[in-house]
Design a protein. Structure first.
Ligand SMILES: Cc1ncc(COP(=O)(O)O)c(C=O)c1O
Length: 469
């Protein structure tokens, strides 16, 4: 692979930042074919010295172009060009009306898929090297998780969530699904078929897992602001536990008001209901700050916080954690000890190194920048259009679009024929009649792909006169 020589001229008097100027000139060189996929770019430090600018400026320009899908960092191999100008704007769609689902160029906007970049991260690889270079692998990892990872999680929660947690309060899980399985199993030690109240709409996998583990589900209709205290008073049956997404209602995207949080804790304390706080993506806020976790509020109710590395790193890891306390905490730890851990020790060591060396928070900062950029793209392409309502934009890595017509399932099917996968909002509803709309995950696509997908969706929605401007 050859290293590219590109003439760059920066105007220090300009109002445009040096990073934006550099990104713009590199982008132009790629689009003009001067830079090709066989080219690597000079190391950031060398480019910075050559141009007489700080390395941070070069890093910002490279990150911008990586977010847009023009560049890719291959660790020690440097940064390379990934876009081929000659195949960048193919005459799309209509020639392939029935493109196969697994075709490589499917643009998959299924929610819950984060940026795939951490595995290419040099710090991630070095954390794994350290994890496998230690002697003595003869023991089983501790059932509740290794102490170093529990310490690292406690440290991460203190910084990212302002949550004061002792490592002893943490149980390492194989993600939220595993955590819910454990929780339902613990509730089953108290009574045969535990009842768990869930939000409708909500996270379908959580419902499936809890049902499979033996829970009986009760649903409560919610809007984007989640569960209201007034709804709890009207419940016909008191559940054993309630599962909520207070920081970012899934999938509608609002947040539960402070009064409702306090009301919920009061009610849970009175009726001895276990509160399960699914805090799946609160690190990614784009506008308002997240409210403090329910698990950090003073209460006598039992609250369990469910955290995951699926959104801030990757669901491929199958790793997460629980923050536990009280009777429920003791019950969960005892059951985990009895049932053993499904989480590999080597993964726990690598993750602990990655978190403690600051790799995770740097990755989150980079990903947050990428996501806010894509969120801006969604607002730019789909905002302010007739009957179309955009939601879930305050945080996370998905958006919800609602529209009266055409039917979301029809739009999703037509989009798929054109190589774009989106999920109808109806898939998240359990019992209530669903709202018409789509959920668009923008975590795992490049800006170019997202922009292309949004154009397709816009034209499908515009085909219906009532959704036009
Ligand atoms: C609401 C919600 N909670 C949790 C998760 C993460 O689940 P897991 O940790 O099992 O990957 C997701 C992933 O999409 C989610 O949407």
């Amino acid at each position: 692979m050859s290293e590219a020589e590109i003439p760059i001229e920066l105007d220090r008097e300009s109002n445009v930042s040096l990073a934006a100027q550099l990104a713009s000139q590199l982008r132009k060189a790629i689009l003009a074919g001067l830079l090709q996929p066989e080219h690597t770019l000079p190391a950031t430090r060398r480019m910075a010295t050559g141009l007489g600018i700080s390395r941070g400026v070069v890093v910002r320009a490279f990150e911008q172009l990586s977010g847009e899908g023009f560049l890719e960092s291959s660790g020690a191999g440097g940064t390379r060009v990934v876009v081929r100008p000659d195949i960048q704007s193919p005459p799309r769609k209509q020639q392939h009306p029935n493109r196969s689902l697994d075709s490589a160029d499917l643009i998959d906007l299924t929610p819950g898929r984060p940026a795939g970049s951490p595995f290419k991260d040099r710090e991630w690889r070095s954390a794994w090297k350290r994890a496998v270079s230690k002697d003595g692998y003869s023991d089983l990892p501790p059932a509740v998780g290794t102490l170093v990872l529990r310490e690292a999680v406690a440290g991460h929660l203190a910084v990212s969530r302002g949550l004061a947690v002792e490592p002893d309060d943490v149980i390492i899980t194989a993600g939220t699904s595993d955590a819910l399985h454990l929780i339902v199993s613990m509730l089953r030690t108290r009574g045969d078929r535990p009842r768990v109240l869930v939000e409708d709409p909500g996270y379908p996998r959580a419902r499936r897992v809890m049902r499979a583990a033996g829970a009986q589900l009760l649903t409560v209709p919610v809007d984007e602001d989640g569960l209201r205290t007034s709804q709890l008073a009207a419940l016909k049956e008191i559940p054993d536990a309630v599962l909520i997404t207070p920081s970012h209602q899934y999938p509608l995207g609002g947040r539960m008001a402070v009064q409702d949080r306090l009301g919920l804790l009061n009610w849970a304390d009175q009726h001895n209901v276990l509160v399960l706080e699914d805090d799946y993506d609160s690190e990614f806020r784009h506008s308002r700050m997240p409210l403090p976790a329910i698990a950090s509020l003073p209460t006598n109710a039992d609250v369990v916080l469910l955290g995951t590395f699926s959104k801030n790193l990757s669901p491929w890891l199958r790793c997460g954690y629980l923050v536990v306390r009280g009777d429920a905490g003791r019950g969960l730890k005892a059951l985990r000890e009895a049932m053993d851990t499904p989480v590999a020790g080597v993964l726990q060591s690598a993750l602990a190194h990655y978190i403690q060396e600051g790799g995770l928070s740097r990755h989150i900062t980079r990903a947050r920048r990428e996501y806010s950029h894509r969120r801006a793209l969604v607002i730019d392409r789909l905002g302010q259009r007739g009957n179309l309502e955009l939601g879930a934009l305050e945080g996370g890595l998905h958006a919800v679009i609602r529209f009266p017509e055409p039917k979301a399932a029809v739009v999703a099917a037509k989009a798929l024929q054109q190589g774009i996968r989106v999920v109808p909002l109806a898939d998240y509803y359990a019992e209530r009649a669903p709202m018409n709309g789509l959920v668009i995950g923008y975590g795992a696509v490049t800006d170019l792909q997202l922009s292309e997908a949004l154009n397709v969706l816009r034209s499908l929605l515009d085909a219906n006169p009532s959704a036009e401007d």
